[in-house]
Design a protein around this ligand. Structure first.
Ligand code: IVH
Length: 723
């Protein structure tokens, strides 16, 4: 954060009210602050401002320059290109996705985790299930691919599917063997790169001696050092590595997690000495306590303990749910806390109209990260904690989640501090904000929502941002900033407009950019002076990025619509169940009648309940939503949903399980069928391909026989899917 000293004494004066002298001081301050932020972001890998804060600085700078063109500085930030995030490293696609872990925050969560595992595997209380417990290292994960025993590729996790190729830097890390003896033909070893406290302090001392900025914490130092373009710099910064997992392997590497780690050790990797094999939840929690006690003397940062089911055959039966394995969990240490002052409470409007109060804080470092915002969730939370502007508050940050306000330090409350009055109108469109009723409980919802719907600009912008976001259309070159700017200018009002941009620009109906020559080349500005592109090629790239998404998966399309309660996971469920967007659309319209077969069918989707169904039905019940979807469908073509596994004999088939299953639990049966690309339904209909019937099957079996649906025993099903 920039220091709050004299230099920014005019920072709060609106541009329209600045005197020329004040404007000059402001331009100097903004040039300096933007310069520092650029440097932190691009050169040091250590952004110190949020995107919004950074944008606000650039915007203010431009506005001042517009008002006082003569005062524009030679080194004005507007003439500098804020360089796109560098394509410094080659991208590397992971052969096996790098997943994340679910979290447990207390002992009960761990007990539940062990129970879930048992239930899924159909094991009773008496049967022993062993788990490994090991420290969760606070560094960054790395995939090391060895081919014929030689380190062929080292890649960061990235988004889990694609990371960055950092091989040349990794070659300088002593803990990482460059060659393996007696390893499988292909072996990917995964683990955490980290920096010890001692090395971190020595590095910071060197940086400070050289008048360079120190790193905020060992994790940032490790990341910054690994992501150096110059491998010689990486080499001069001692990084370490613990192996704890693996990706692709041309042969089975062990039968248990424990043995896999022992094998890594033999191959020359460091494995964490605090790893223990535990035979009960009590032992797991005891190991957690032991590790927690040693936390401060370990000499490196850890942020919890990871438990993993020991038997690898169990691990593969358990599989994954969206992005995390069912067979592992991270038991986090309690969050770090700090005290600061609440400077203001602002209300943000989300894409579904939800009003979220956000606390603006006096910047404070919590666990190595500067925190200046915290969520306050909703009105109820503000009232319960009695949070008032000006209060001294305790904030906590747990992992990557948004910081929270834990409590108010009441002793420090200033006299006259007034209770916060939650608005009953939307700050963006002034429509009434109401607490809706929850259809499941019949109670008033804690969240206030703007009732402005389509007329609310805040909701519209958020919906568009969601539409182009990474899990939805993921349009290269069209990020949140551009969307906001195009929306403000009225160029993009709804998703379909995105796909009309190029034609409208070519026909001269819109003028997307003005461009300006600078000493560094041409830059392109929108009407407000926002920089939208750095050269002609970027404009072409934007159009290309849009064209590339005219064909899109049905799941992404459905997610992109921003239907309430329908995110990535549910969108995938719908795409999988209905096969394509047209069928989903049709079903959603028909399902309006809760007595209809379409409604029942929607509820039969595993994971879809009444709330989700209501979200879908309400969305398609609105004429304007259907019209907007129709216009979008005239521009883009959603692909037929691919079955998860098209080569399996049950891919695309609809299966119903009934009766008492004996060879597998119902959860396991469902999950394995879905993993093979089958749809699992709760009721038998003409669309059912297989009914898998265990002992005691009743009405479903009868119906299947009447309809001529193929009926399988559990054994026959297992045989069918085992090829
Ligand atoms: S196992 C499929 N073990 O935690 C699960 N992860 O929150 C693979 N991490 O991305 C991860 N220590 O960067 C595992 N002992 C450990 C770990 C560990 C740190 C990190 C890893 C992962 C993140 C998930």
């Amino acid at each position: 954060m920039a220091k709050r000293d004299d230099a920014d004494k005019f920072a709060l004066i609106p541009v329209a009210k600045l005197t020329p002298e004040e404007a000059e001081t402001e331009l100097a301050r903004l040039a300096a602050e933007i310069g520092l932020a650029d440097d932190a972001y691009y050169a040091k890998d250590r952004p110190d401002l949020t995107d919004a804060e950074y944008d606000a600085l650039r915007r203010r700078n431009l506005l001042i320059e517009k008002r006082f063109p003569k005062l524009k500085r030679d080194d004005s930030p507007s003439d500098k290109i804020g360089a796109a995030p560098s394509a410094k490293f080659e991208k590397a696609k992971h052969a096996v996705a790098m997943l994340s872990l679910d979290n447990a925050f207390n002992d009960d969560d761990v007990v539940d985790f062990a129970k879930r595992v048992r239930k899924f595997l159909g094991l009773d209380e008496k049967e022993e299930v062993a788990f490994t417990a090991e420290p969760k290292i606070d560094g960054l994960s790395l995939n090391l691919r060895y081919e014929k025993g030689v380190l062929a590729l080292a890649a960061t996790r990235g988004d889990g599917a694609t990371g960055e190729d950092v091989t040349s830097n990794v070659l300088t890390i002593k803990d990482i063997p460059k060659m393996l003896k007696a390893a499988p033909e292909v072996l990917e070893v995964r683990g955490e790169v980290y920096m010890s406290h001692a090395d971190f302090e020595a590095l910071n001392a060197r940086l400070e001696a050289a008048e360079e900025d120190p790193f905020a914490n060992p994790r940032n130092a490790a990341a910054g050092s690994l992501r150096q373009l110059d491998a010689a710099i990486t080499a001069s910064r001692p990084l370490r590595f613990f192996a704890y997992a693996w990706g692709a392997a041309s042969e089975d590497i062990a039968e248990t997690q424990w043995d896999a780690l022992q094998r890594f050790k033999k191959l020359g990797f460091q494995i964490n000495p605090l790893t223990k094999r535990c035979k009960s939840v009590e032992e797991m929690i005891a190991q957690y306590k032991k590790i927690e006690e040693q936390r401060s003397s370990l000499g490196y940062d850890i942020d919890g303990v990871v438990y993993k089911v020991d038997r690898l055959d169990y691990q593969s039966r358990l599989g994954f749910v969206s992005r995390a394995p069912r067979w592992a969990i991270a038991h986090k240490f309690p969050a770090e806390k700090a005290t600061t002052v609440l400077e203001n409470i602002e209300i943000q409007v989300g894409r579904t109209g939800k009003l979220t109060p956000v606390a603006r804080l006096k910047p404070v470092t919590v666990g190595g990260v500067v925190v200046s915002n915290a969520t306050l969730h909703n009105q109820e939370e503000i009232e319960r904690k009695d949070v008032r502007v000006g209060d001294t508050v305790v904030v906590q940050r747990a992992g990557d989640v948004i910081p929270q306000i834990v409590e108010v330090v009441k002793d420090k409350r200033k006299k006259g501090a007034r209770k916060f009055k939650f608005p009953d109108r939307c700050p963006a469109c002034d429509s009434h904000a109401v607490n809706e009723q929850n259809p499941n409980t019949g109670k008033a919802d804690v969240d206030k929502r703007c009732t402005g719907g389509l007329i609310c600009p805040a909701q519209a912008v958020e919906r568009l941002k969601h539409f182009v976001s990474r899990q939805a259309f993921d349009i290269e070159g069209l990020g949140e900033k551009q969307i906001a700017s195009f929306f403000e200018q009225g160029i993009i009002k709804e998703p379909a407009d995105i796909f009309k941009l190029r034609a409208r620009q070519n026909d001269g109906k819109i003028d997307l950019y003005t461009y300006k020559k600078t000493k560094d080349g041409d830059i392109y500005l929108d009407k407000d002076g926002h920089q939208v592109a750095t050269n002609k090629k970027s404009i072409q790239n934007l159009f290309d990025g849009i064209e590339a998404k005219r064909e899109i998966s049905s799941a992404r399309f459905i997610n992109a619509l921003g239907i309430r309660h329908v995110g990535e996971t549910n969108a995938r469920l719908f795409a999988g169940h209905y096969g394509d967007v047209a069928a989903f659309y049709e079903a959603a319209v028909k399902a309006r009648d809760e007595a209809s077969a379409a409604y029942q069918d929607m509820l039969s989707i595993d994971g879809v309940g009444a709330l989700v169904a209501r979200g879908v039905i309400d969305f398609f019940d609105e004429d304007h939503n259907r019209a907007a979807v129709d216009r979008l469908l005239a521009e883009v073509t959603p692909r037929q949903a691919e079955a998860a596994n098209t080569s399996s004999p049950v891919a695309g088939k609809t299966v119903v399980f009934t009766g008492a299953l004996e060879l597998m639990t119902r959860d396991e049966a469902k999950a394995s069928a879905q993993a093979l690309g089958a749809k699992v339904s709760g009721s038998v209909s003409g669309k059912t391909d297989y009914l898998v019937a265990g002992p005691g099957a009743g009405s479903k079996l009868k119906k299947a026989e009447e309809l001529g649906v193929k009926v399988l025993t559990e054994e026959a099903w297992k045989k069918l899917v085992s090829v």
